[in-house]
Design a binder for this molecule. Structure first.
Ligand SMILES: *Cc1c(COP(=O)(O)O)cnc(C)c1O
Length: 443
């Protein structure tokens, strides 16, 4: 197979006629509840490009939602997963085990924060990892309550829907939700009433007070937070917030869980975003970037906590599938070899400089934030902090029409987020930012 040219090319309307034909078939056959950001049907993807059935080549600022950090079909992922496909596709680790699963767990112990003894369990999806983190924390503490945060996102299964903050589209009409989930404030600097400098201390004090008064620290099994909140709007909790919450958990025998499903594996310019303020989570959930596009997820943490559930209490038919494990080994090898943490930091440098220049010209850019290749802008009405979801949608649409795939997020639907593959070429990155700037001029 020839390498996919790393060049944007727009040869039809987007979506083009062949995509529209497929979309009609899809509408007839695929459940309406499953949406798509941009219904162009993919034929190939790699590096920073997605090619569609009409021959268009889009610049990828989404990575399939922070998954293909090493690029789609990365060489080491294809090589290792293909070899594994030929050897065996499945035994079920709970029936007869295999080395790849163990190797992934060894690497997770090496790469996650902290030098304590660690163990891992592997699953298929992020939501499944979060569910299992809760099971493990409950088994360890013999407590039930789970504390989560405003703007948090943890998945679409019943327990994780309950843990997710935003109603539409994730929860609306899908209740009742699991009990013993409590939501407390997060230090959202841009929107904190007394300003970003006070947000860390004030929000952590409020959160801790709510836990003490409304739940009782002695009833809390786990506090779960994304070190950079993803779907909620790429919110970096203001400085001091995460250390205060982690310390409170430690002082009260609560398992502190970092949900690094979106922020992990070099995305923020570090192996894990927790490292930024020296946080060492008791448990950490990973998925998305871990396996170069194959479905794999993990819970990793302190050996004594991970070993709390009885034998046979954790698992699943496909969890830690051998092909997905081989892919993860290829993805992690690629991250190390290409130093993708450095690439993520370079992406941040290039993006933030350009976004700052755009903000100078367009005052609807209220905030620029994020780390590494997890960067976002929050859009507001001119001269206010009122959310501007209309401009956000219009900008995304204009970018899509020019062959730049961008995603939106945020509780108020007013955040444009940029999650390019970490291997994207700098020329494509710059061209994507040019398109974004032109989109501002056009709306
Ligand atoms: C995507 C995501 C999940 C859910 O992962 P799935 O694989 O979609 O189940 C959970 N937590 C965070 C922070 C995520 O970004």
């Amino acid at each position: 197979m020839t390498a996919l040219p790393q060049e944007r090319r727009v040869v039809t309307a987007i979506p083009g006629p062949k995509s529209q034909e497929l979309q009609a078939r899809r509408t007839a056959a695929v459940a309406g509840g499953v949406g798509s950001v941009l219904p162009v049907f993919t034929t190939r993807a790699g590096g920073g490009i997605i090619e569609d059935v009409d021959g268009n080549r889009l610049i990828d600022f989404g990575s399939g939602i922070a998954v293909t950090s090493v690029g789609s079909s990365a060489e080491a992922v294809v090589r290792r997963a293909s070899a594994q496909l030929a050897d065996f596709t499945h035994t079920c680790f709970m029936v007869t085990p295999y080395e790849g699963y163990v190797e992934v767990c060894e690497l997770l112990a090496e790469l996650t924060p902290g030098d304590h003894a660690k163990k891992s369990a592997l699953f298929n999806s992020g939501a499944e990892a979060v569910e299992n983190a809760v099971k493990i924390a409950r088994a360890y503490t013999k407590r039930q309550a789970v504390v989560v945060f405003d703007h948090g996102y943890h998945g679409r299964t019943n327990l994780t829907m309950g843990m997710t903050a935003k109603n539409m589209p994730y929860k609306n009409g899908f209740g009742p939700f699991a009990p013993e989930i409590y939501r407390v404030p997060v230090a959202y600097g841009y929107r904190w009433p007394t300003g970003p400098d006070n947000a860390g201390a004030e929000a952590s004090a409020q959160a801790i007070d709510m836990i003490n008064k409304q739940v009782g620290a002695e009833n809390v099994a786990a506090i779960i937070i994304e070190p950079v909140l993803g779907e909620g709007g790429f919110i970096e909790p203001a400085k001091g917030f995460l250390p205060a919450i982690a310390q409170f958990a430690k002082d009260n025998g609560i398992v502190f869980v970092a949900d690094e499903i979106q922020s992990g594996f070099c995305r923020t310019g570090q192996w894990f975003a927790s490292e930024d303020e020296g946080i060492v989570p008791d448990l950490i959930t990973t998925a998305k970037g871990i396996a170069g596009g194959l479905p794999l997820a993990a819970v990793t943490g302190r050996a004594e906590i991970m070993d709390a559930p009885h034998s046979g209490g954790l698992g699943g038919t496909y969890g830690g599938n051998p092909v997905a494990c081989a892919a993860a080994l290829g993805a992690i090898e690629t991250m190390k070899e290409l130093d993708l943490n450095a690439k993520a930091k370079r992406i941040e440098e290039v993006m933030k400089a350009r976004l700052a220049a755009i903000q100078e010209k367009y005052d609807i850019v209220g905030d620029i934030r994020g780390r590494g290749a997890m960067i976002a802008i929050e859009l507001v009405q001119s001269g206010t902090k009122d959310p501007n979801p209309a401009a956000t949608a219009a900008l995304a649409k204009a970018c899509h029409a020019e062959g730049l795939l961008v995603l939106t997020c945020g509780t108020y639907g007013n955040v444009l987020r940029f999650l390019p593959p970490l291997v994207i070429g700098e020329d494509l990155l710059t061209e994507g930012l040019d398109i974004l700037e032109q989109a501002f001029a056009g709306i």
